[in-house]
Ligand binder design. Structure first.
Ligand code: PYC
Length: 312
């Protein structure tokens, strides 16, 4: 076997509240030095097979969120980052940002303190606290539509809010008592049907569906189930989803600036959310914890029929 045909990509794996983040620290595609949004487009147009090779089976899984580290344009930023998953690219990813910050600290690139990171949807600020937790101040978030009703085959009428939390969300109150891991298949099916109905009704930008119900862990205000664009459910409470939820609570006058909201995810892990006002929008800050669980080199051998990942 000739070593010359093998491309090497170094990655560091972590999880934030159970949701995996795979940070690409070397060997990723060369996307040039343009704005991050342009680099993301180049990634998608010219190097998408790298995304699939890193995130998808046999090296990854549907739940993996990849984070390609890039040189930032804004030199006040510690790094630039482009998030991707099993099917495409994310605007922002809060659990992923927490994973990136813990990874940069693990590599010795940053210490406890406040750091700026450039993403395709704007600069976010992340504070690494001495106890290892990370607070991410997300991009400006807002609710754009309240009480949108769609007819969903097999379910009936479903009403929810459309909000931007760094990704687009449709947030629906879930009244059943089975918002739990044992019911993941039925919850996934429900969310997928809702998403298809929204898209058919012309709300094509909505790519994440968030169901929320009563909390089960002490101190939490709500439990959620979030279905991501590639049909994987978020193992964490979803930081952009929590941001979208804060935007709705703020718009309804149910949560005041600086007040705390504890969001529980489907595994029972929690994020702490607060917000400050930013004109008509809000700037959420989401606090969570990530743990490093792997350092490895991915080998991409062009002769391998599954070199570029398994995908539909
Ligand atoms: O934490 O923002 C998040 C997120 C988005 C998709 C998966 N996790």
């Amino acid at each position: 076997m000739s070593a010359a045909s093998i491309h090497r990509i170094s990655v560091i794996d972590s999880h934030t509240g159970g949701e995996p983040t795979r940070v690409v620290t070397g060997g990723g595609p060369d996307l040039g030095a343009g704005p991050l949004a342009e680099r993301r487009t180049k990634f998608q147009r010219e190097f998408d097979r790298f995304r699939s090779a890193i995130a998808n089976e046999p090296r990854g899984s549907d739940a993996v969120v990849g984070a390609l580290l890039c040189d930032p344009i804004d030199v006040s930023c510690a790094a630039g980052v482009i998030f991707f998953n099993n099917v495409g690219y994310l605007g922002m990813c809060v659990h992923g940002t927490i994973g990136v910050v813990v990874t940069l600290a693990h590599l010795g690139h940053i210490r406890a303190g406040t750091h700026r990171l450039e993403t395709p949807v704007g600069v976010v600020t992340a504070a690494l606290h001495p106890n290892g937790t990370v607070s991410v101040e997300n991009v400006p978030c807002h609710r754009v539509r309240k009480d949108v009703t769609v007819k969903v085959p097999g379910i009936g009428s479903v009403t929810g809010d459309v909000a931007w939390g760094g990704n687009w969300f449709f947030l629906v109150e879930y009244l059943g008592d089975d918002l739990c891991l044992a019911n993941v298949e039925a919850l996934t099916d429900r969310c997928w049907r809702i998403r298809q109905s929204l898209n058919a009704a012309g709300l094509a930008e909505v790519d994440h569906i968030e169901l929320f119900g009563p909390p089960t862990v002490g101190g939490a205000h709500s439990r959620n189930f979030v279905l991501c664009p590639g049909k994987a459910y978020d193992r964490s409470p979803c930081g952009t989803g929590t941001s979208a939820k804060l935007a709705c609570l703020a718009a309804d006058g149910k949560l005041a600036e600086g007040e705390t909201w504890i969001q529980e995810g489907i595994l029972g892990s929690t994020f702490i959310g607060t917000f400050r006002r930013d004109g008509e929008k809000i700037r959420p800050t989401i606090t969570g914890t990530a743990y490093i669980n792997g350092e490895s080199t991915l080998l991409l051998d062009d002769r391998d029929p599954f070199c570029w990942g398994i995908h539909p």
